[in-house]
Design a protein around this ligand. Structure first.
Ligand code: HEM
Length: 415
């Protein structure tokens, strides 16, 4: 492959990166930690289809413009099948999830028609109408968590006491997974999403989660309930390995993402007092504000992976069959061609063209649920805690530079 001016490095956090390398996500730390790495931004302006080096030393293409990302994600000449040679993996854990054993394969990393066959079994469960009906339940859980958090205290870690338990409780309720086991599956999910985990650690975490879901499937066979997992078992169309993989995908995707969006959104609003004040005085802006926060923060920030199945010319660059491609959703969501002044958080903006949930056939299945959770969580938090503020200096907030999904490990707040 030809040498490119901006060799992009998606480095392991411990690996020394060249000063001008495109490190994702490490360089979010420099300047504003909500912004994409300056090198990714520069790539979008100067060379929107560029080479990137991955944590394991392999390399792939990085695509940064909104239009090009939509092309890649919407075009069947790019495959989401992680079993294809050349497929780029962001962490050892994700590679393990996708290629470990057949049981580990899930539709997020498969192509149609297999992807469509499996996804179809869940579409009714996550339809807007069905999820909207859950608002009272989500509101109740939100209020209970805030009651407990504020009871006789005026400070807490918002991640541990609110942002993480809320989506975790909701997805457990929906799936029919006992929330009492949350320490077990949250710890395993964290290992799978960490850039620091070794392949062995990831494999162990993956196997433990699969064993857990397999056992749960057996329990649902004997004692069916009205959770999604039980309904999947009852359909009888999936073997027990497929069921375990699907349950694991939903469990991980269902809480890690929304939890990080909740915490990071709160932090972004605390850092943008003008925007926070506007949202407090006009609560009806909440739906649009959530879309804008999804755009501005784009927590699935390390690139959505695909592999070319034929030669494709994109932005003047030819991507060869078998070469991996990462779509930098975070850079695309700041593309000035679509979002003028995109580096600014503006809760009044029409951000509906953002692609924080991806694009094309793999576009996030859980987005109606994530939207309901985020709208309720943020609206309630602002309403109930008018004095909400950081309890530590901003510089001490532990950002998740070492995880496949961006966010904060903890968010100490006071009120
Ligand atoms: C897919 C982001 C919440 C389940 C995706 C994709 C993105 C994404 C970018 C596309 C991946 C790709 O094309 O390879 C997010 C964000 C969330 C969120 C930012 C929260 C703010 C959820 C929730 C669930 C969920 C709550 C609940 C179950 C899924 C599933 C897929 C997916 C099953 C695979 C869809 C497919 O391959 O057809 N998500 N997600 N996500 N998401 Fe989400």
């Amino acid at each position: 492959t030809a040498q490119r001016p901006h060799e992009a490095h998606l480095a392991h956090p411990d690996a020394p990166a060249p000063a001008d390398a495109l490190t994702v996500p490490a360089t979010r730390a420099t300047g504003c930690p909500f912004d994409p790495a300056p090198t990714v931004e520069r790539a979008r302006r100067e060379e929107p289809v560029t080479r990137a080096t991955l944590w394991d030393g392999s390399s792939c293409w990085l695509v940064t413009r909104h239009e090009d990302v939509r092309t890649v994600l919407g075009d069947p000449r790019f495959s989401a099948d992680a079993a294809r040679p050349g497929f780029p993996f962001l962490t050892a854990g994700l590679r393990e999830l996708a290629t470990g054993t057949r049981a580990s394969r899930t539709f997020i990393r498969q192509d149609d028609p297999e992807h469509a066959r499996l996804r179809r079994m869940l579409t009714a469960e996550f339809m807007v109408k069905k999820v909207e009906a859950m608002r009272p339940e989500v509101q109740r859980l939100t209020d209970e968590l805030l009651d407990a958090m504020t009871d006789g205290r005026n400070s807490a870690d918002l991640v541990a006491e609110f942002a993480l338990p809320l989506p975790s409780l909701v997805i457990c309720l929906l799936l029919g997974v006992p929330y009492d086991d949350h320490a077990f599956f949250q710890q395993r999910s964290a290992v799978l999403l960490s850039l620091r985990s070794t392949a062995e650690e990831a494999r162990a975490a993956s196997d433990e989660l699969l064993a857990y879901m397999t056992q749960l499937a057996e329990a649902k066979r004997e004692r069916p309930d009205d959770g999604i997992f039980s309904r999947l078992v009852a359909r009888g169309e999936l073997d027990s390995q497929e069921i375990a993989s699907m349950g694991r995908l939903l469990l991980i995707a269902g809480h890690e993402t929304t939890a990080n969006m909740t915490a990071l959104s709160t932090l972004a609003l605390l850092r943008n007092p003008g925007q926070q004040a506007r949202l407090r005085s006009e609560p009806s802006l909440i739906k649009g504000a959530v879309e804008e926060l999804l755009r501005y923060l784009t927590i699935v920030h390390n690139g959505v992976p695909r592999v070319a199945v034929e030669d494709v010319t994109l932005g003047g660059t030819t991507i060869r069959a078998g070469e991996g491609v990462l779509c930098a959703l975070n850079a695309a969501n700041r593309d000035e061609a679509v979002f003028p002044g995109g580096d600014t958080l503006d809760v009044g903006r029409d951000a509906r063209r953002h692609i924080a949930f991806g694009f094309g056939v793999h576009q996030c299945l859980g987005q109606p649920l994530a939207r309901v959770e985020l709208q309720i969580a943020l609206e309630t938090l602002l309403r109930r805690l008018p004095e909400l503020r950081l309890a530590v200096p901003f510089e001490e907030i532990p950002f998740r530079h070492d995880m496949g999904i961006y966010g904060v490990h903890a968010l100490p707040v006071a009120w």
